[in-house]
Design a binder for this molecule. Structure first.
Ligand code: TYD
Ligand code: MG
Length: 454
C-alpha cells in the first residue's frame, strides 16, 4: 500500500492542482477547489477495455459499419451525426428545466418504436414521476423501461444482460460509486461514476446517454468536467420565456459539430421544428420599413432571420445605439459607414436593431441586411418585397463576399423569396434557379437601387 494521494479539483471546470488555491486557475471561479482522494491505480484501471493492439497500416484497419440507431427524432439524429453510434457516450448538458428529461424520454419512445430498448435510469425523479411525464407525452408506457437507482454498481448489474440497446442516466450528478469518498455531485463522484459506466457500456457497444445539469451556484459539479471523457457533448439551450429550444453539438467524435436541432416545447412535449425559417419569419409585418430578411448560417444549416431596425429622432445629447441579437459594436460600425459613405445623418438619431425570435447572429454576412434595415427605417422606405440581403460590409462601404452563398439562396427560395441582393462577384458564380440575383458593390449602390435613395 502506498501513501494516500490527494488532489484538488475545480467543481466548475475540472481543473486539477496539487495544492489548494482560493481561485481556480482554469475558470477563475473563487473557492471552487475541492480535495479528493485519488483512487489507487488498480481501482481506476478496473473495467477499462484492454486494447488488443499491434501496429499496422491504416489500410488494414477494418471500418465496421457503425449501424447507428435512429431515435425517431430527426432533429436529434442529425445533431448526433445520423443517430446513436454503438458504444458512444453522449453528454446532454443544459440548465434545469430546459427539457433534457423530456427529450430523452421522447427519444426512448422513438427507439421503442423501432424495436429498441432504452433503459431510463432516473436518479433525479422517482419512477412514478417519470411515468407521469410519459403519460403527459402520450407515450406507450408498456414499451418504456425505467430504473430508479443512483448506485453505479446496482446500475451496472441492471445493465449486465443483453436486453438493452441503449442506456440513459438522468442525471450523472445523482450517482455514487462505491469506495469513493464524497457525496453525489462531487467532482470525484461525477467523474468516476461516468468513467465506470462508460467503460461498461463501451465494452458492450451500448450507446450511453448522460444528462448533466448546468447550475450557476456551483453546489454540484458541472458537466464540463466530463467533456473530455465522453464522445459527444450536446448542449440543450433556450430560455424559459420562449418555447424555442436549440440542440447544439459542441464535440462529436461521430459527426459534425456544426449541426443544430430546433425544437419547440409545447404542452405535450417537444415538437420538432423542421422549418425553423418559417418560425423566425412567422410574424413579419408586410411592407414595414426597417424589416429585412437575411439567410444566416447556423453551422451547416441556413436559417432565414428577420432583422429589424428603428431609427428615430433622439431627444438625448448622446443618442442611443442598442442592439439585441447582433453585436452592438457591429451596429455602431455599420452606422458609421452609413454616415461617412452615403452621408446619412444618424448622429441625432436613436438606433435600435433587433433580431426577432430571440435569435443571435454572429456572422458578418448579416451586415448588408442590417444596413438595409437601418437605411430603410431612416427613410421610412420598406425594403422590396420577397427579397433577402446577403453580404459583409467593409469600412469603405464596399460589399464583400460571404461563404455558403448557394445554401443561403436555396433556403431563401424554399421559403418563397424571389430576389436576393448579393455581393458583386457572386451573381455570376452561383446557380440560383427561381431567384433573381442583384449584385451590389457598395452600400451606396444598395441604397440607390434597392431602397429608393437618390
Ligand atoms: P424537463 O424535461 O423536466 O427539463 P430538465 O430535465 O432539463 O430539467 O422539462 C421541464 C420543463 O418543461 C417544465 O418546466 C415543464 C415543461 N414541459 C412542457 O412544457 N411540456 C411537456 O410536455 C413537458 C413534459 C414538460
Ligand atoms: Mg430532468
Amino acid at each position: 500500500m502506498g501513501r494516500v494521494k490527494t488532489q484538488f479539483v475545480c467543481r466548475h471546470c475540472g481543473y486539477r492542482v496539487s495544492k489548494w488555491l482560493g481561485r481556480c486557475p482554469g475558470c477563475q471561479e473563487w473557492e471552487s477547489l475541492e480535495e479528493e482522494t485519488l483512487p489507487s491505480a488498480s481501482a481506476s484501471r478496473r473495467g477499462a477495455p484492454v486494447m488488443a493492439g499491434r501496429p499496422r497500416p491504416l489500410s488494414e484497419v477494418a471500418v465496421e459499419d457503425l449501424g447507428r440507431l435512429s431515435t425517431g427524432l430527426e432533429e436529434l439524429d442529425r445533431v448526433l451525426g445520423g443517430g446513436l453510434a454503438p458504444g458512444a457516450v453522449t453528454l446532454l448538458s443544459g440548465e434545469p428545466g430546459v427539457g433534457k428529461s423530456t427529450l430523452l424520454l421522447q427519444a426512448a419512445a422513438g427507439l421503442a418504436g423501432r424495436g429498441k430498448r432504452l433503459l431510463y435510469i432516473t436518479g433525479e425523479e422517482s419512477a412514478a414521476q417519470v411515468r407521469l411525464r410519459a403519460e403527459r407525452l402520450s407515450l406507450d408506457l408498456s414499451r418504456l423501461w425505467v430504473l430508479a437507482e443512483t448506485r453505479v454498481e446496482a446500475i451496472a448489474e441492471a445493465l449486465d444482460n443483453s436486453q438493452w440497446d441503449v442506456a440513459a442516466v438522468d442525471s450523472i450528478q445523482t450517482l455514487t460509486s462505491e469506495g469513493l469518498a464524497g457525496a453525489a455531485g462531487s467532482p470525484a463522484q461525477v467523474r468516476e461514476s461516468a468513467a465506470r459506466l462508460s467503460a461498461l457500456t463501451k465494452g458492450r457497444g451500448l450507446p450511453l446517454w448522460l444528462v448533466g445539469h448546468i447550475t450557476k451556484d456551483g453546489s454540484i459539479a458541472g458537466p464540463k468536467l466530463l467533456e473530455h471523457l465522453v464522445d459527444t457533448v450536446l448542449y440543450f439551450e433556450g430560455d424559459r420565456e420562449r418555447s424555442l429550444r436549440l440542440l447544439r453539438s459542441f464535440k462529436n467524435r461521430y459527426g459534425s459539430v456544426n449541426e443544430i436541432g430546433v425544437f419547440e416545447m409545447t404542452g405535450s412535449g417537444l415538437g420538432q421544428v423542421v422549418n425553423p425559417s418559417a418560425l423566425f419569419l412567422s410574424e413579419r409585418p408586410a411592407g414595414a420599413s426597417g424589416s429585412v430578411v437575411a439567410p444566416i448560417m447556423e453551422g451547416q444549416r441556413p436559417l432565414l432571420m428577420e432583422i429589424q431596425a428603428l431609427v428615430s429622432a433622439s431627444p438625448l445629447a448622446m443618442p442611443r445605439r442598442q442592439a439585441l441579437g447582433v453585436d452592438s459594436a457591429r451596429v455602431g460600425l455599420l452606422a458609421a459607414v452609413l454616415e461617412k459613405k452615403v452621408r446619412l445623418k444618424l448622429f441625432d438619431r436613436d438606433i435600435f436593431v433587433n433580431v426577432t425570435g430571440g435569435a443571435r447572429i454572429t456572422e458578418p454576412a448579416a451586415d448588408l441586411a442590417i444596413v438595409a434595415a437601418m437605411a430603410g427605417s431612416w427613410a421610412d422606405t420598406p425594403a422590396p418585397d420577397s427579397t433577402v440581403f446577403i453580404g459583409e460590409v467593409g469600412l469603405a462601404g464596399e460589399v464583400r463576399t460571404v461563404a455558403h452563398l448557394e445554401a443561403r439562396l436555396r433556403e431563401a427560395r424554399k421559403m418563397g423569396f424571389t430576389r436576393a441582393v448579393v455581393p458583386p462577384a457572386e451573381a455570376k458564380k452561383v446557380a440560383a434557379e427561381g431567384l433573381k440575383l442583384h449584385s451590389v458593390k457598395s452600400v451606396s449602390q444598395l441604397l440607390r437601387e434597392h431602397l429608393g435613395f437618390k
